[in-house]
Design a protein around this ligand. Structure first.
Ligand code: SAH
Length: 245
C-alpha cells in the first residue's frame, strides 16, 4: 500500500516537472538563423520578385527578417514557402507575397507613422519597423496581444508599439497617421480610420467582396474625401468588431 502511494507521488512529480519543462521549451524555442534558413529566405525573395514585387526596400526588409521566428517551430523547415500558416487562436500569418504586396502599396518613407490593424504573429509589423517607420499595431485578441510581451526583437525595434484594442476604433490618441494598413478582411472602410489618416495619407485595405477581398489603396484628399485604386484579389481572415478577452 505504501509503495503504491510513493509511486503515485513520484509520477505526479514527474508530470509536474515535464509540464514546466514543456513550457520552458516553448519559451526557449530555437532562435537560430542558420545558413540554410538564409538560403531559403533568399530563394523566397527571388520568387517574390518573379511574382512582380519590385520595391527593393520591401524585398531587402523581408530578406533581413527570419520569418521562421514568427511561426511555431514545427514549421521551421517550411517557413520560407510562399504560404500562409496557422498561428494560434484560429488566426494566420499572412502569405509572404501578401505581406510584400501590401507593404509595397503603402509606399513607405522612413519615419512615417503607420497604424497596422491585426498584429497576429507580428511578422508584418516587423517588416514595417525594419523599413524605419514608426509602427503602432493593434490586436483584438488578448492571447495574441499577450504574446507580444515575449517579442524577440523588442530591443531591435523601439519604433514598434503594441496595443490591445478594436481596430475599427483605431488609436485616436496617436493620430493622425501617414499610412494605415489593415491585415484582416474588412466588411467596410472603417470611418474612424479615415478620420485618423493625414491629408495625403494612404490606407491599404482588403475589402470584402463575394468569396474574396479586393485590395484597395485609398488616398485621403485635403477635403476629407478619398480617392480609390483597386488591385488584386486576396483571401484574409475576417476583421471582427470588439475586443476578445
Ligand atoms: N499582420 C498579421 C496577420 C494576422 S491575421 C501577421 O503578420 O501575422 C489578422 C489578425 O487581425 C488576427 O490576429 C486577428 O485577430 C486580427 N483582427 C481581426 N479583427 C481585428 C480588429 N477589429 N482589431 C484588431 N485586430 C483584429
Amino acid at each position: 500500500m505504501y509503495k503504491v502511494d510513493s509511486d503515485y507521488h513520484s509520477k505526479k512529480k514527474y508530470s509536474a516537472k515535464s509540464a514546466v519543462l514543456g513550457r520552458f521549451r516553448g519559451l526557449m524555442r530555437n532562435y537560430e538563423d542558420s545558413y540554410q534558413h538564409k538560403g531559403l529566405r533568399k530563394k523566397l525573395i527571388d520568387l517574390l520578385r518573379e511574382k512582380g514585387i519590385s520595391d527593393d526596400h520591401v524585398l531587402q526588409a523581408m530578406n533581413n527578417i527570419p520569418r521562421h521566428y514568427f511561426l511555431d517551430s514545427a514549421f521551421d523547415k517550411i517557413a520560407y514557402e510562399d504560404r500562409a500558416f496557422p498561428i494560434s487562436e484560429g488566426q494566420t500569418i499572412s502569405q509572404p507575397y501578401t505581406v510584400a504586396y501590401q507593404t509595397q502599396l503603402l509606399q513607405l518613407k522612413p519615419n512615417e507613422k503607420i497604424l497596422e490593424i491585426g498584429t497576429g504573429s507580428i511578422y508584418q509589423a516587423t517588416v514595417l519597423a525594419e523599413m524605419g517607420t514608426k509602427v503602432f499595431t493593434i490586436e483584438r485578441q488578448k492571447k495574441l496581444f499577450d504574446k507580444t510581451k515575449l517579442y524577440i526583437f523588442k530591443s531591435r525595434y523601439p519604433n514598434l508599439k503594441f496595443f490591445y484594442g478594436d481596430g475599427f476604433e483605431g488609436l485616436p490618441t496617436y493620430a493622425p497617421f501617414d499610412k494605415i494598413l489593415i491585415t484582416a478582411a474588412a466588411p467596410f472602410v472603417p470611418p474612424k480610420l479615415i478620420e485618423q489618416l493625414k491629408a495625403g495619407g494612404k490606407m491599404v485595405i482588403p475589402l470584402d467582396e463575394e468569396n474574396h477581398q479586393r485590395m484597395l489603396r485609398l488616398t485621403k484628399n485635403a477635403d476629407g474625401t478619398t480617392s480609390e485604386e483597386a488591385f488584386e484579389n486576396f483571401s484574409f481572415v475576417p476583421m471582427l468588431t470588439g475586443r476578445k478577452g
